[in-house]
Design a protein around this ligand. Structure first.
Ligand SMILES: [Fe+2]
Ligand SMILES: [Fe+2]
Length: 310
């Protein structure tokens, strides 16, 4: 019944920023690449560079066609999907942020670097979905920390791939305060494109974790990102990313602090943690006959917080 409401409510407006075809193509490219890398002993796999450039260009056109760059993330139904959905989300967040920043010249390289940022993980044989599910084992930490360099090793064999893409793969775990790996680079020694993808990587991973493990709410993820700004992450990039990447996907069913169940029906820029929702059920009660639309930005609804995605 809940899903029937979602279909009725969302039927009227487009819920996807990126076209379904582009998204499916991206998922297939990443799934095939990860499978190929897993089965390869010599790191000779050639990433589908030209195809990814096409996909990134289509994604960019979709985002640029919006009245403003306002995107969201992809809900997954099980942890195994994380492996190919995460690079896609990191690419969506990075492209939207790069567009919104206005000073990024090679946006397509940012997008392709975002897609490929974790390809070294496939060579470690540690699955990123396992990390999101059960967590990283102590013994796997050194191997895990080698994944940026393993990724670059794959790319190095293909001279046609842009140096910016290689920089992103190599530096996406470097942190502004020098606490990252593998080199411990600081501040602007880390390339701007790598700083964008690093923010997108952390944001995507936290949002998926909040959905899968329910330990923190999406709004708390935003707070946490702000707490990292200026320390681990580039504060300007975090500011722009949080202004154009919403922590709730349109169409997601959410629980409110009042106990009500609602569907996110409209994201609005500015206050991305306060979308317009349609209340489907009151606390502990059956579904309402006619869903009530509530704009969480309005003062009278200030006490209603979104506490999680269900
Ligand atoms: Fe990574
Ligand atoms: Fe990642």
């Amino acid at each position: 019944m809940k899903y029937l409401y979602e279909v009725i409510l969302l039927d009227k407006r487009p819920t996807r920023v990126i076209s379904r075809e582009t998204r499916s193509r991206a998922f297939k490219l990443m799934k095939d690449l990860i499978a190929e890398l897993r089965g390869d002993a010599h790191h000779m796999v050639e990433p589908p560079y030209e195809e990814l450039l096409d996909v990134v260009q289509w994604m960019r056109e979709d985002i640029e066609a919006l009245p403003e760059p306002l995107v969201s993330w992809t809900l997954i139904s099980n942890v195994d999907e994380y492996e190919y959905v995460h690079p896609y989300d990191v690419a969506v967040f990075s492209i939207a942020t790069a567009i919104a920043m206005g000073n990024v010249k090679r946006i397509n390289d940012v997008g392709v670097g975002a897609f490929l940022h974790d390809i070294g993980m496939a060579l470690t044989k540690i699955s990123s979905s396992h990390i999101e599910g059960e967590g990283l084992l102590e013994d796997d930490i050194p191997l895990y920390r080698s994944h940026p360099e393993l990724g670059v090793k794959v790319l190095r064999q293909h001279p046609g791939i842009s140096a910016f893409v290689k920089a992103i793969v190599s530096q996406h775990h470097e942190r502004m305060d020098g606490s990252g790996f593998p080199r411990g680079f600081r501040g602007h020694d880390i390339h701007l494109y790598s700083r964008i993808v690093a923010c997108a990587d952390v944001y995507s991973s936290l949002l998926h974790r909040s959905y899968l493990k329910k330990t923190i709410s999406p709004a708390e993820v935003v707070e946490y990102m702000m707490s990292l700004a200026g320390f681990e992450l580039d504060k300007d990039v975090v500011r722009v990313m949080l202004s154009c990447v919403a922590p709730f996907p349109e169409g997601a069913t959410v629980k409110l602090s009042t106990g009500e169940l609602a569907v996110v029906s409209h994201l609005s820029s500015g206050l991305l943690t306060r979308p317009v929702v349609q209340v489907l059920a009151r606390e502990g009660k059956a579904l309402v006959e006619t869903p009530e639309e509530i704009d969480l930005r309005q003062p009278e609804h200030q006490t209603r917080l979104i506490v999680g995605i269900v």
